[in-house]
Design a protein around this ligand. Structure first.
Ligand code: FES
Length: 340
């Protein structure tokens, strides 16, 4: 049994197999609906059912309220069609042109930049490159059908090697391997590119980028892409972490401020230690953003980090005039962007 799904605004049509979510079916057929966690937690994939029926699946109440559901909303990463559907959904025009592939790669370098952060450099087989948009992620495929998601920390133009920032999670299946057993020349397989977190290049708006911990990885890719493209709109990076060693590429961000007059960098530490000798910003990163930008109505914001940071930032920037469609975020619920 399969069902036909039509996206009303674009006229795109695709087919869902039995028990396949709307999002999985769309991605499989090259229709890139917006998504982030694919876990029913973030709400990025939320759209409307214009006609037809779905099983709404499991999701967190903060991602979709009962009132939204009653008004016709559904989370397409969880919703499974029970009939043919007509839907309203946000589509990403640029990403859908990029095929999602499974590719082998070799670990070329392991670089430990903090006690719990390893930078992994990966190279594809001879003559192969991964096409992606700056800020997208890949899934590392592990045995037993397990997968772990990591943002690409490099820009597409520098695709000779892919860079991942892996945070060591105690007991983490993949990160444990990276920190204990992995060595140069090891082989891995991944699927990608994935995700809709990438720079909207056509915008002229001043742009604020907010990274939390290893959420710096996709922001780094986006910034290096913006610099390479000659994008000149103001770019202001906030990087929130606990203590100074957690800003594991602080000097790189400082170097960008010297090289690009339209770029600013504000590191923010929530729990600096005495040895850090920190005289910079303290507290939570979203507090610094709104202290500097009490009116965000002319801006756009890109954010990548753990769910509590993204949630706090979402609330704060909305209360300070940022419209919802100008907030792009990558919320790494479980393994995404550097854990697991
Ligand atoms: Fe569907 Fe996050 S809730 S992608």
């Amino acid at each position: 049994m399969s069902f036909k799904i039509r996206v009303e605004s674009s006229g795109h049509e695709f087919t869902a197999q039995e028990n396949e979510t709307v999002l999985a079916a769309a991605l499989r057929q090259g229709v890139t609906l917006a998504y982030s966690c694919r876990n029913g937690d973030c709400g990025t994939c939320k759209g409307k059912i214009v006609s037809g029926r779905v099983d709404y699946g499991k999701y967190d109440a903060k991602a979709m309220s009962d009132a939204e559901k009653a008004a016709g909303s559904a989370l397409f990463c969880q919703a499974v069609p029970l009939s043919d559907l007509a839907i309203e959904a946000r589509e990403i025009a640029a990403a859908k042109d990029i095929p999602i592939r499974i590719m082998p790669c070799r670990v070329m370098k392991l670089e430990k930049l903090a006690h719990d952060v390893m930078v992994l450099w990966l190279k594809l087989a001879e003559g192969q490159r991964l096409q992606f948009l700056a800020g997208q992620y890949i899934d590392i495929l592990l045995s037993g059908n397990q997968r772990r998601s990591f943002s690409l920390a490099t820009a597409p133009h520098a695709d000779e090697m892919l860079q991942l920032h892996v945070r060591h999670v105690p007991g983490g299946l993949f990160s444990g391997q990276v920190f204990t057993k992995m060595k140069e020349r090891d082989l891995l397989r991944f699927q990608g590119p994935l995700g809709t977190f990438f720079l909207r290049e056509e915008s002229e708006r001043p742009t604020i980028l907010v990274a939390g911990g290893t959420g710096f990885a996709p922001i780094k890719g986006i910034l290096e892409h913006a610099f390479a493209q000659g994008i000149t709109r103001p770019l202001h990076l906030y990087w929130g972490a606990r203590a100074r060693p957690d800003l594991y590429l602080h000097e790189l961000a400082q170097a960008w401020t010297r090289e690009h007059s339209h770029f600013r960098y504000t590191p923010v530490l929530s729990a600096p230690s005495a040895e850090d000798n920190w005289s910079g910003r303290g507290g939570w990163v979203h507090e610094s953003v709104i202290a500097d930008y009490p009116d965000l109505s002319r801006h756009e914001v890109y954010a990548s980090g753990p769910p509590p940071m993204i949630e706090a930032l979402k609330q704060a920037v909305k209360a300070h005039g940022l419209s919802t469609e100008r907030l792009y975020y990558d919320s790494f619920e479980h393994a995404h962007a550097g854990a697991g």
